[in-house]
Design a protein around this ligand. Structure first.
Ligand code: ARG
Length: 285
C-alpha cells in the first residue's frame, strides 16, 4: 500500500516527520538540592552531582544522535537549578523574551541567560513581568500556550502578546506537583495545521481543560502515573520524542500515534523537579 492510497482515509495515522531542532542546554556541574521551591525538592535528601552529569550527558548525546544543533551556556556556581534551561527564557522569531523568576533563589539566572541570548545575536527583550520562560510558554502552531498559577504571572501573557503579536492562550495550573506548563503538556507536533499535544487534565482548572478539549480534540491524554514521573516533560521534533524512560504507557501511546519515543533516565534531575524538557530550551530563529 502506498502512502498516497492511505492518505485522508478515516482512522489513518498522519505521517510523522522529524524536523531539525536548535536547543540550548546547561551542564549540571553545580546541581544539588539546597532549597525547596517545588514539592519534588527535598534538601534533606542527598543528591549525586556526578550521576546528574552522566544522565544529562546521555540526554545531550541523544540530541546529538538526532542531529540537533546544540548550544551550551556556562553553568554558574551557586545556581543549582540553572540546568533547567527551559526556564531561562522563551525564544521565537529570533526574539528572546527574558525570564524573571518567582523565587529569589533563581532570580540571577534571568540576566545570565539574557547575556547568552545577546551574545548569540538574538533580539533580547527584558521582561517586566514575572515569567519562567519556556517552562510556562509553549509554541503550538502559531499559538502560544501560556501557563499561570504557580510561577509565571498572567500579566506576562499580555507581555507575550505585545512582543510576539501572536495569539496567547492562558491555561491555569492547579496541582503544585505540575507547577510549570511543560510538566502538564507535551507539544508533540507544533507544525501549523497538524498541531498535536499530550496533557494531563487534572493539572488544570475546569475552564482550561474545556479549552484544551475544544482546541485539541485528538490530544493524547496521559495517565497520572506517567505524569508523576514527569513523562510529559518531553522533547519532540515531530517524530522523535525524547521522554522519561519510566513513562511506559505514554511510550506505548506515542508509538500508537506514529511517533518514535526514546526513553532517557534523568532520575537525579527529577530530585529538583525537572525532566527532559526542563533541561532543553528551544532556539527558534
Ligand atoms: N527546581 C526547578 C524549579 O523549581 C525545576 C525547574 C523545572 N523546569 C521546568 N521547565 N519545568 O524552578
Amino acid at each position: 500500500m502506498t502512502l498516497i492510497e492511505t492518505e485522508g482515509q478515516p482512522g489513518t495515522r498522519p505521517e510523522r516527520r522529524p524536523s531539525g531542532r536548535s536547543v540550548l542546554m546547561c551542564r549540571p556541574e553545580h546541581f544539588t538540592v539546597v532549597y525547596r521551591i517545588n514539592p519534588w525538592m527535598n534538601p534533606a535528601e542527598p543528591t549525586d552531582t556526578a550521576l546528574a552529569l552522566r544522565q544529562w550527558q546521555a540526554l545531550h548525546d541523544t540530541y546529538v544522535g538526532l542531529g540537533y544543533d546544540i548550544h551550551l551556556i556556562d553553568p554558574i556556581a551557586g545556581l543549582p537549578d540553572m540546568v533547567y534551561a527551559a526556564n531561562g527564557g522563551f525564544v521565537v522569531d529570533g526574539i528572546a523574551y527574558g525570564a524573571k523568576f518567582t523565587h529569589p533563589e533563581r532570580q540571577p539566572e534571568g540576566p545570565a541567560y539574557m547575556e547568552w541570548f545577546r551574545k548569540a545575536g538574538l533580539d533580547v527583550r527584558e521582561p517586566e513581568e514575572v515569567n519562567e520562560g519556556e517552562g510556562d510558554f509553549l509554541l503550538v502552531g502559531d499559538t502560544i500556550l501560556a501557563g499561570t498559577g504557580f510561577r509565571s504571572d498572567s500579566t506576562s501573557h499580555e507581555e507575550l502578546v505585545r512582543i510576539y503579536g501572536r495569539e496567547v492562550v492562558t491555561l491555569r495550573l492547579v496541582n503544585p506537583s505540575f507547577y510549570h506548563l511543560d510538566t502538564a503538556i507535551a507539544v508533540l507536533d507544533p507544525t501549523p495545521g497538524q498541531e498535536h499535544i499530550a496533557y494531563l487534565p487534572s493539572a488544570f482548572d475546569e475552564a482550561s481543560v474545556a479549552l484544551l478539549q475544544q482546541r485539541y480534540p485528538d490530544a493524547i491524554i496521559v495517565s497520572e502515573a506517567d505524569a508523576a514521573v514527569l513523562g510529559l516533560n518531553s522533547f519532540s521534533d515531530g517524530y522523535n520524542v525524547v521522554i522519561a524512560s519510566r513513562a511506559a504507557d505514554f511510550e506505548r501511546q506515542l508509538r500508537e500515534h506514529g511517533y518514535h519515543p526514546i526513553g532517557v533516565d534523568l532520575s537525579e534531575l527529577l530530585l529538583g523537579g525537572g525532566g527532559v524538557k526542563c533541561c532543553t530550551l528551544e532556539l527558534r530563529r
